[in-house]
Design a binder for this molecule. Structure first.
Ligand code: ADP
Ligand code: UDP
Length: 238
């Protein structure tokens, strides 16, 4: 499988066309960014662990009835995926308050929420990915009412499946972000699920094992991603 042309170079991944129009190669780079791109660094080995981490999670979700864009892993840091029409939207679920919601609502870090909280954000770096609601999505035509319902249903299901998976390995899934796109009229889970896009805390010590280690300058970022992968029984090739 050959990369033909880079069509998007994002903050952590690049997408390449292939000979097959239906497929893209998703390359995970070592680049890491936070605070709307204000903090940037290349973390050696992050792309390799994230590509394989993502594939493990996507496979687990598939086994549990969630359809995803992943076709196959083709290299340590590359995967083949279906080319989707992406919604310009991020879907976030929070089981505990952390990150932006603490600033927005003055909440204490780690507060357990009565119910998992679903939030939509617009994918727009220049605007700092603002919080939006269903009404914005319908009014601006970013998705239909039915698609909104489907994305919410799928994201709650992802939360249920993965909260259990992580807790069984002694990790609390605090929150996460996922993205969806459409393939042949069907909504598929796309992009990635890695410690770059979720918060994972050790359930005994509450140690942060995710990208907050980078955001907060705590060090050992890639090492922590490997520790999470090991706990879940992933066999990461380096
Ligand atoms: P960002 O856009 O936040 O900088 P990345 O570095 O992760 O993000 O870049 C990956 C880009 O590829 C994102 O814009 C994402 O929406 C898009 N993408 C993810 N999966 C697919 C897919 N299957 N088909 C088309 N685009 C995708
Ligand atoms: N997230 C992400 N990409 C974004 C924004 C958020 O992957 O562009 C993830 C983030 O890692 C966290 C969850 O979504 O797991 C909620 O993020 P939050 O709104 O708290 O923003 P943050 O403080 O992380 O910028």
């Amino acid at each position: 499988m050959k990369k033909i042309k880079e069509i998007t170079k994002g903050k952590a991944k690049s997408m390449f066309t292939t000979e097959n129009q239906e497929h893209l190669i998703m390359h995970f780079s070592d680049d890491t960014s936070a605070f709307d791109g204000k903090k940037k660094e290349a973390l050696l080995g992050k792309g390799v662990v994230n590509n394989q981490f993502n594939a493990f999670i996507m496979d687990h979700l598939k086994q549990n009835g969630i359809e995803t864009h992943l076709v196959e892993v083709i290299d340590n840091s590359d995967s083949l995926v279906y080319r989707l029409d992406m919604f310009p939207i991020e879907c976030v679920i929070r089981n505990r308050a952390s990150g932006s919601i603490c600033k927005r609502l003055g909440t204490e870090d780690g507060l357990i929420l009565e119910n998992p909280l679903f939030e939509f954000f617009l994918k727009d770096d220049d605007l700092g990915d603002p919080l939006i609601n269903d009404e914005h999505i319908i009014s601006f035509g970013w998705a239909t009412h039915e698609q909104i319902l489907e994305m919410k249903k799928l994201t709650y299901k992802v939360n249920e499946i993965l909260s259990k998976l992580f807790l069984d390995s002694g990790l609390i899934l605090v929150d996460f972000k996922v993205e969806y796109g459409v393939h042949n009229g069907k909504i598929l889970l796309a992009d990635e699920f890695t410690p770059d896009g979720c918060r994972l805390w050790d359930s005994e010590t509450m140690k942060k094992m995710d990208k907050d280690r980078f955001r907060q300058g705590l060090g050992d970022v890639v090492e922590s991603y490997h520790q999470v992968a090991d706990r879940l029984g992933m066999n990461i090739k380096t």
